[in-house]
Design a protein around this ligand. Structure first.
Ligand code: V47
Length: 366
């Protein structure tokens, strides 16, 4: 019975760790969906957001070898790649031009480029600064959402700058916002099992705190469905909620469904019920996050549409080229047009709102 939790939600009270655990253990998915929808409506009405964006992964060469990652390669390994700055600019201009864009007129122009990649052993911090400043110079209207907290910590190491100075340099060269990747699961035992070389959970939170203090908005993620238990998911959510109380710098939370193909830990895809549950509970627990994103690349086009009825108010964007999830056996496509995204949202009974990287509304399709 969820009646006590239901009363709390309807009266706007904050959920506890025990409440969150209880919600993960319930089979009453319809009640969960209704409650999360109620919470989502209180925040964003009947609106669901999307963005015209493109993902770019400058390299898959990485000094870390996270056991859930099928994308990374060592230097010189078969399948490793590095993009030059000119190649990145070329990709952006190809996809940004309505004449030659793979998806034609409907997908252009982009308002955001999302950039993340491996921790390259040889690239310098100056190379990354040059990368974003050249992108900004060539495409001044495109917001640059780039680099995870893990990359920021790596840049700080290779440059010898403090985390804050690293962030301020990036900001000066054109960084607008940051994605939420690299969070995985904060719990130390799980992290040691999955990615022992990676920045710790505390480290990730510390970098995000500094990022928010530097005036840069970010997202947050949680990779679920591998070896973690519900308690460790709840711990992750509560740690994010605590930091958001302090900084208010997170824009969206994105639960990332683990994909098992070509990874060292293997295992199975998450179930649709677990995906919907995790979206709904995220919406209910993270009462201080403005947005919950159903990332259609990982959930699939159809389940992300359904997630809009389970507390999500954002389905990400056009994407165009996705490598991280597709290396691990994504079942979704690589790109959707703005028209397709709008259609998914409309058919879920929501109002499609095209947004920019800061959730400023560019076009509301009543
Ligand atoms: O940090 C890696 C995850 C993340 C796998 O902020 C995997 O708007 C599933 O963070 N199965 C990168 N997930 C993606 C990411 C992201 C995506 C979309 C939007 C935003 C945003 C952020 O992907 C990594 C890692 O947590 N990941 N391998 C895998 N096998």
């Amino acid at each position: 019975m969820l009646s006590k939790i239901k009363d709390k939600i309807l009266s706007g009270q904050r959920l506890t760790k025990e409440d969150a655990l209880r919600l993960f253990e319930t089979d009453d998915i319809f009640t969960l969906g209704k409650l999360a929808s109620h919470a989502a409506k209180k925040k964003n009405g009947n609106k669901a957001y999307f963005i015209r964006n493109i993902h770019i992964n400058p390299t898959n060469i990485c000094v870390n070898r996270c056991k859930f990652c099928a994308f990374s390669r060592s230097k010189g390994e078969e399948g490793s790649y590095e993009l030059s700055i000119n190649e990145i600019l070329q990709k952006l201009s190809t996809f940004n031009s309505s004449a030659s864009g793979r998806l034609g007129r409907l997908s252009t122009p982009f308002s955001e480029v999302h950039i993340t990649g491996g921790l390259h052993p040889d690239w310098t911090f100056e190379y990354y600064l040059e990368m974003i400043s050249k992108i900004k110079k060539t495409f001044p209207k495109i917001c640059i959402k780039a680099f995870t907290a893990t990359e920021i910590e790596y840049f700080s190491k290779i440059s010898g700058l403090s985390i804050t100075d690293t962030l301020l340099e990036l900001k000066k060269h054109g960084l607008d916002t940051m994605p939420g990747g690299g969070a995985e699961i904060f719990d130390i035992a799980v992290r040691n099992q999955l990615c022992p070389e990676k920045l710790s959970g505390e480290g990730w939170l510390t970098v995000m705190e500094a990022t928010h203090e530097a005036g840069i908005k970010t997202n947050a993620t949680m990779l679920y469905g591998h070896v973690e238990n519900y308690g460790q998911r709840v711990d992750h959510l509560l740690r994010l909620r605590e930091l958001q109380d302090k900084t208010n710098g997170f824009q969206a939370f994105i639960p990332l469904a683990y994909h098992p193909k070509n990874t060292e830990i293997g295992g199975a895809y998450s179930s649709g019920i677990d995906d919907l549950k995790t979206i709904a509970i995220s919406r209910l627990v993270l009462d201080n996050f403005p947005h919950i994103k159903a990332y259609w690349i990982m959930l699939g086009e159809k389940l992300s549409q359904l997630a809009l009825l389970f507390g999500a108010d954002d389905i990400d964007g056009t994407i165009i080229e996705e490598k991280i999830t597709h290396s691990a056996g994504a079942l979704s496509g690589n790109a959707m047009t703005a028209e397709q995204l709008k259609n998914l949202i409309k058919k879920a009974g929501k109002i499609p709102v095209e947004r920019d990287s800061f959730y400023r509304e560019l076009k509301v399709n009543e």
